[in-house]
Design a protein around this ligand. Structure first.
Ligand code: G6P
Length: 362
């Protein structure tokens, strides 16, 4: 049928979409570049960013995880305070809004009902909204004041992969262009760095055999798995855990390394897989300290580190990219790990039970 043709030689859309990530990066760089080779964004959007005293990111699922990283980009590069909220919770736990809020909706489909409910609510109050979406003309795009497109191409697999990394790239570009408009120097050339990200993604997509092997070693028999990280790695761990539980049904949780000792460590037993991310120099030693703590309780540690920070005991080393942009590539081995874990368990990779690609009910 038609879907078989679109999948080409791939057994699953998810694998195809993982492999498309380097090309999507290059497409995004192109789409957001002007004739002078500079990154550019609709001036109305940059005006809205600069005119706001606080950005409220609203999203669900994987898009929420992208928002957590996006907050770091916007605060570190453009120096505007950002809050990130789960859309379904926003109505109940509505924060005290700042004087000039700007709402940023992140949604692959642009149709998530929980996010739309917030959009309707804040538009009634007269606030400005920007939607970052993969689908032009989607509900969240039409009803917001501004739209930024992901240019990731259709994402068919229920578990989001290329949309997540596209969201991060577009958020980084938004942060960078806003920073420049405020005469802030982000200290690196984002076009160049995103090019390096695309290259690194290619290397990772070519490492599937090694990652499949790691997946067999750590995830073939286990009922649960933990992902730990500190700083920006923590957010990637949340996404890695979500990928794994969505498609392999292994109970997986992401934790901040320092929080382990406050409860989660009680769950560590002989052989429990703990996947630790080590891509940040400032926390490299502390996350490795956390690994020692869980190993002392019998855990089976799988350390994924970045080149330059790697040590002998690490299971997998990702290429070096700018330390703020590591989430764009450290997530790739986690996507591939989840893919093989699901495959080895004979799960329906592209259509996991109980889940829908776009959830249009609240
Ligand atoms: C559903 C999907 C998730 C997705 C979430 C948000 O639950 O299964 O993969 O992250 O919705 O979707 P959105 O389209 O708003 O990004």
């Amino acid at each position: 049928d038609a879907s078989d043709i679109e999948k080409g030689t791939y057994p699953h859309y998810m694998l195809k979409e993982i492999d498309e990530q380097p090309a999507v990066m290059r497409k995004i760089i192109q789409a957001y570049q002007n004739d002078q080779g500079e990154l550019t964004i609709d001036p109305d959007i940059i005006y809205a960013m600069n005119n706001s005293d606080r950005v409220y990111i609203i999203a669900a699922g994987t898009s929420y995880h992208a928002g957590l990283v996006g907050k770091q980009f916007i605060e570190k590069m453009a120096r505007i305070p950002v809050e990130v909220h789960i859309s379904s919770e926003f109505g109940y736990n509505m924060p005290l809004l700042s004087e000039k809020p700007l709402f940023v909706f992140i949604s692959q489909s642009g149709e998530t009902a929980d996010s739309r409910a917030v959009l309707v609510n804040i538009k009634e109050k007269g606030y400005q909204a920007l939607t970052i979406t993969n689908v032009p003309g989607s509900t969240l795009s039409r009803e917001a004041d501004h739209t930024l497109l992901l240019h990731a191409g259709p994402e068919i697999a229920v578990a989001s992969t290329k949309a997540y990394t596209a969201q991060l790239a577009v958020l980084a570009i938004l942060a960078e262009v806003t920073a420049k408009s405020r005469n802030l120097d982000p200290g690196f050339d984002l076009i160049h760095e995103l090019g390096l990200v695309a290259n690194a993604m290619e290397v990772l997509c070519d490492s599937k055999e090694i990652i499949e092997h790691i997946s067999r070693e750590f995830l073939s028999v286990t009922r649960n798995a933990f992902f730990i990280g500190r700083g920006i790695d923590y957010y990637v761990g949340l996404e890695g855990a979500l990928k794994l539980k969505e498609i392999s049904y292994i109970q997986a949780e992401g934790f901040a390394g320092g929080e382990l000792k406050h409860g989660t460590i009680a769950l560590i037993e002989e052989g429990t897989p703990v996947i630790a991310l080590a891509t940040q120099e400032s926390v490299n030693l502390s996350i490795r300290g956390n690994v020692k703590e869980v190993v002392a309780r019998g855990a089976n540690p799988c350390i994924i580190s970045m080149k330059g920070l790697n040590m002998d005991e690490d299971s997998f080393v990702i290429p070096e990219v700018h330390e703020l942009l590591t989430p764009l590539i450290s997530v790739v081995p986690l996507q591939i790990l989840a893919y093989y874990a699901a495959l080895h368990r004979d799960c329906d990779v592209d259509k996991p039970r109980n889940l829908a690609k776009s959830v249009t009910v609240e």
